[in-house]
Design a protein around this ligand. Structure first.
Ligand code: SF4
Length: 255
């Protein structure tokens, strides 16, 4: 039973066995709520911080720990969304429980809530102390393209990349490649140079844009704005991977 003194998180779902959400086999806790509106988002059902699925850090831990036998070697728990950083208090407590139990955690984030202002910044540093890895998205390096693609500015997100690099906190960088929007050669080249300037990058991944989320937009009555855009070709993906120097970054976290 949840009491009024406890920290509450709001989650969307739990996936027991995932292979693309961090090192090794992961179980994933998807939290509710996101302030961005990425045109390609395949989880529009996570956008609103609906309070239909409340959970305490203890309850979440007890649900997830059942999947421990899957997490051999580098595996563990990934907290995704939505945007997990908007539920920072819950995240801090949940990851503290995992750390105490020796379980590795990764945060799958687009970084949009990041600020060096208080009280966020001190809380954010507490989260880093409990966590092993960030899976950090670059939606677009070009600020104009970023605004068009997500509805938000990317200045604070770029600042987050710099901060994590300065303190040497490990990250995997991921970019969804959307043909005709964030795949311009000069922008990808700039992204590659930006990544090279960072000290903490363990892996870089390109995710091809896909349309699997479109039925969710229809169901929710939200207009889908990328109608007619096709997934990138194999050649386009390869070119983007070369420009981002993906091959250089293939390191898994060491135990
Ligand atoms: S940041 Fe993630 S959850 Fe939020 S709109 Fe973008 S793709 Fe969707």
């Amino acid at each position: 039973m949840i009491t009024s003194k406890e920290t509450i998180g709001y989650y969307q779902s739990i996936e027991s066995f995932a292979l693309v959400d961090g090192p090794g086999v992961r179980s994933v806790l998807f939290l509710q709520g996101c302030n961005m509106r990425c045109l390609f988002c395949h989880n529009p059902d996570t956008w609103f911080l609906t309070k239909t699925n409340p959970i305490t850090p203890d309850e979440a831990f007890n649900k997830l720990i059942r999947y421990k036998p899957y997490w051999q070697n580098h595996g563990g728990i990934t907290i995704s969304g939505g945007e997990p950083l908007i539920q920072l208090d819950f995240l801090i407590e949940f990851t503290a429980l995992c750390k105490k139990a020796g379980i590795k955690t990764a945060i799958d984030t687009a970084g949009q809530p990041f600020t060096r202002e208080e009280p966020f910044f001190s809380k954010f540093n507490k989260l880093l102390a409990n966590t092993d890895l960030f899976l950090l998205d670059i939606k677009a390096i070009n600020p104009i393209v970023h605004k068009k693609l997500t509805g938000k500015d990317n200045t604070n997100i770029i600042d987050l990349f710099h901060y994590l690099s300065d303190i040497g906190f490990p990250i995997w960088i991921r970019q969804v490649l959307v043909p005709g929007i964030n795949d311009k050669e000069e922008d990808l080249k700039e992204t590659g140079e930006f990544i090279s300037s960072l000290t903490n990058v363990k892996r870089v991944e390109i995710f091809p844009y896909h349309t699997l989320g479109v039925p969710k937009y229809r169901k929710l009555g939200i207009p889908y704005k990328l109608e007619g855009i096709l997934p990138p070709t194999t050649e386009e993906i390869k070119k983007a991977e070369d420009l981002l120097r993906v091959e250089k970054y293939q390191e898994y976290l060491k135990d």
